[in-house]
Design a protein around this ligand. Structure first.
Ligand code: ATP
Length: 511
């Protein structure tokens, strides 16, 4: 079986070879943690967006969508806390000149000890099979216990230093644990410094400090500052939501793991405005609704877990992550946060404008509380792609690479092949495409034998391949081949749209 790292490498290679994701500016050796979506990737990405937008905006009468600008007034980021507190602790190795996130160095160190525990557990499972009691083993095995104590001895002071922003304490832990730079192997570290993750630039027409503006690090603030405009012009009544999909930018220090952590990425966020005191009810509602949305994709019930935050961000009174089982392990895919009235109150203070909602039923004004759902589009893309990639051994001994992308999200829905390039078969194939292409993204292929064409379509996840042969000319039928079962049936051309729709329509996921 492929190791996790191998699996991620395979996904990256596949994404490049089959036109999903390219390194940005590759001819100039690329730009770290910046990626371009290629022909199949952008189709997949658009389909994910559509799935999200339909589920959030179209299917909820009380949620509307907006598209706010990337640049915002600089005071926005003062109010939101990003200017003062959107920092990562970083440390440089003096020999390699490489820069690391100090907290990540320590987390990775802990991760290695955790891996040792996992290895012990796996050994036990291998030896004793189904009878093996993992819980009891972890509670009694001396090696496991020793490693658990080691983890505690590191994570307790680590958490304390992080919560007190004790940067010297964090550095001391790196020194005490004798963590070495993976590049130079040296333990020659600088001090730990706070590093702001926002990208700054200047506005053209103003000089000096006033000109400094930021590329937004999250889309949420564009919603907060517009909430009253939307509420009034849309005659929205609380509770209501505002959704948006858009780019966000963060100058991430540790930018590895492909599109999991990028410097330019896309978020799909929804801020739900509620009456103060009802926020926990809505927080639970959105936790439920969002996990259902994920699970409808059929990527596996055990591919998700909630990770509730114990230590909350300054603006939240409840927060959880939906974590997904990526090739690198369980990692955050989406955050659900009860943000209280922190943001709106802060914008009131900094702008001097009232941001209160008048509640007709209660006959009073208040600043609403906000529950937000925030998902990274690129992480969602990686979740789908990494889950979809399968190498299968076929009955005849050959192998195939297949992307089992949920059919409604597949970049190409139907590929149409004329069996040969003669006898009017290409024209017939094109006629079929002309009929189908309004509803479904189609591809025409006539090169190579049918088997090879199937392989190419499997590798990009096309749910259906149609072959036009001589019988098609005689009786208006084609063979339709299913990506997953590889079964072929002969069907009437007139029925194609309906048959294909049954599987690839977004309705199947949304219902
Ligand atoms: P992390 O802890 O992984 O840095 P975060 O908690 O800072 O993430 P949020 O600020 O809650 O993330 O952002 C909401 C969502 O945006 C995340 O759940 C994630 O899917 C996505 N996201 C955040 N940062 C990045 C990034 N650098 N690249 C890609 N997606 C990101």
């Amino acid at each position: 079986m492929a190791t996790n790292e191998d699996q991620l490498k395979k996904v990256i290679a596949h994404a490049k070879e089959y036109g999903f994701v390219f390194q940005s500016s590759e001819i100039y050796d690329g730009l770290s943690a910046i990626y371009d979506y290629a022909q199949n990737g952008s189709e997949l990405k658009n389909n994910i967006k559509e799935y999200w937008w339909t589920a959030m905006v179209r299917m909820n009468e009380n949620i509307v969508g907006i598209d706010s600008a990337i640049f915002m007034h600089p005071t926005t980021w003062k109010a939101s806390g990003h200017v003062d507190a959107f920092n990562d602790p970083l440390i440089d190795n003096k020999d390699s000149k490489k820069r690391y996130r100090a907290d990540v160095l320590i987390e990775e160190f802990i991760g290695k000890i955790e891996a040792k525990i996992d290895k012990e557990v796996k050994k036990g499972i291998k030896r004793f099979g189904d009878d093996f009691d993992v819980k009891q083993f972890k509670a009694t095995n001396p090696n496991v216990l020793r490693n658990q104590e080691k983890i505690k001895a590191i994570s307790d002071p680590f958490k304390e230093a992080m919560s007190l922003e004790d940067l010297e304490g964090v550095r001391q832990l790196i020194i005490d644990l004798e963590i070495a730079c993976p590049v130079s192997g040296s333990k020659n570290w600088t001090d730990v410094r706070q590093f702001n993750l926002m990208f700054g630039t200047e506005l053209g027409s103003v000089a000096g400090d006033a000109a400094k503006i930021y590329l937004r690090p999250e889309t949420a603030q564009g919603i907060f500052v517009n909430y009253l405009n939307v509420q009034k012009t849309g005659r929205m009544k609380i509770p209501f939501g505002i959704a948006q999909i858009g780019k966000a930018f963060r100058n991430e220090i540790v930018a590895r793991q492909f599109i999991f952590r990028m410097r330019e990425f896309e978020q799909m966020e929804m801020q739900f405005f509620v009456k103060p005191g009802t926020e926990m009810e809505w927080y639970n509602h959105w936790k439920d609704a969002r996990i259902k949305w994920h699970k409808s994709l059929g990527l596996g019930e055990d591919a998700y877990r909630f990770h509730d935050h114990i230590k909350m961000a300054h603006y939240a009174n409840a927060a959880t992550d939906i974590e997904f089982k990526f090739p690198m392990g369980f990692k955050e895919l989406e955050g659900i946060h009860s943000r209280t009235d922190f943001d709106l109150k802060a914008h009131e203070e900094h702008s001097g404008k009232k941001l209160k909602y008048f509640d007709n039923e209660e006959n009073k004004s208040y600043v609403p509380y906000v529950v937000e759902t925030s998902i990274g589009l690129d992480r969602m893309f990686l979740a789908i792609l990494s889950n979809a990639l399968h190498e299968e051994k076929l009955e005849d001994g050959s192998e195939r690479l297949v992307l089992k992308i949920p059919a409604p999200l597949a970049p190409v829905k139907v590929a149409v092949f004329p069996l040969t390039k003669k006898d009017g078969l290409p024209d017939k194939a094109r006629d079929i495409i002309d009929e189908l292409k309004i509803d479904y993204n189609c591809q025409y292929e006539e090169k190579d034998n049918i088997g090879k064409r199937y392989r190419r379509q499997d590798a990009i996840g096309t749910p259906y391949c149609l072959t036009v042969d001589h019988q098609s000319i005689e009786n208006n039928t084609v063979t339709i081949r299913d990506r997953d079962t590889m079964k072929q049936d002969r069907v009437a051309i007139a029925d194609l749209s309906k048959i294909i729709g049954e599987k690839v329509n977004l309705r199947n996921l949304l219902r």
